[in-house]
Design a protein around this ligand. Structure first.
Ligand code: E4P
Length: 217
């Protein structure tokens, strides 16, 4: 399974990247706005830091404008993926730009039908939003599982990115459901390698070792 970082924060990316855990990065207009930097500058910086796909989202809603934006964004780096919203206009844009070799991540997927439409239109990635489905008492993990089954039955090469990941359970369950990728917010990553019993165990070992050394004197 691959892990993407769902952030545009350079310090977070540098920190997690040092652990060899970052296979790519996803951003969206909200994430970019949070950093308060120029869009193109920050995306180019991330693309240099990370050895993997970096998603940058178009902000237009009409397909012709999306296509124009996508062609421009695609020139920023070799590892760019253009994020396109799941609409009719978005599908039209995906259909056109995917034939030009531009990689796409169709975002805001909330049903298996939407994921299927995006894959059929030529999407490189689809992003089902787990947390936002949970928010409306729906089952995001079931969606990942359904998409996995559909893509496998019909041989779609489109990769599934479990997005809107809010907690450790989302990561574990999306791994079990066969998601190709989980995109994880920077502040959640440390919780994936931490466990209170690990912390307690280390403290206990330290205490016991000190006691043992005292006795050796
Ligand atoms: C990633 O591609 C999405 O933009 C992101 O995971 C959305 O997460 P949120 O629902 O927490 O905003």
């Amino acid at each position: 399974m691959k892990f993407f970082l769902d952030t545009a924060n350079i310090e977070e990316i540098k920190r997690i990247n040092q652990l060899g855990l970052v296979d790519g990065v996803t951003t969206n207009p909200t994430i970019i706005a949070k950093e308060g930097k120029d869009f193109e500058t920050v995306i180019k910086e991330i693309c240099e830091l990370v050895n993997g796909p970096v998603s940058a989202e178009v902000t237009s809603l009409a397909s012709e404008e999306m296509i124009r934006e996508a062609r421009q964004i695609n020139q920023w780096a070799d590892n760019i993926v253009v994020k396109i919203p799941m609409t009719e206009e978005g599908l039209r844009a995906v259909h056109t730009i995917s034939k030009e070799g531009i990689k796409t991540n169709v975002t805001l997927i909330f049903s298996a039908a939407q994921g299927l439409m995006a894959a059929k239109a030529g999407a490189t990635y689809v992003s089902p939003f787990l947390g936002r489905l949970d928010d409306i008492a729906s089952d995001g993990i079931q969606l990942v599982s359904d998409l996995r089954e559909i893509f496998d039955i019909y041989g779609f090469e489109t990769e599934i990115i479990a997005a809107s990941v809010r907690h450790l359970g989302h990561v574990e369950a999306s791994a079990l459901a066969g998601s190709d990728i989980a995109t994880i917010p920077g502040n959640l990553f440390p919780k994936l390698w931490s466990h209170p019993l690990t912390t307690n165990g280390i403290q206990q070992f330290e205490t016991d070792w000190q006691t043992y050394q005292e006795k050796q004197k």
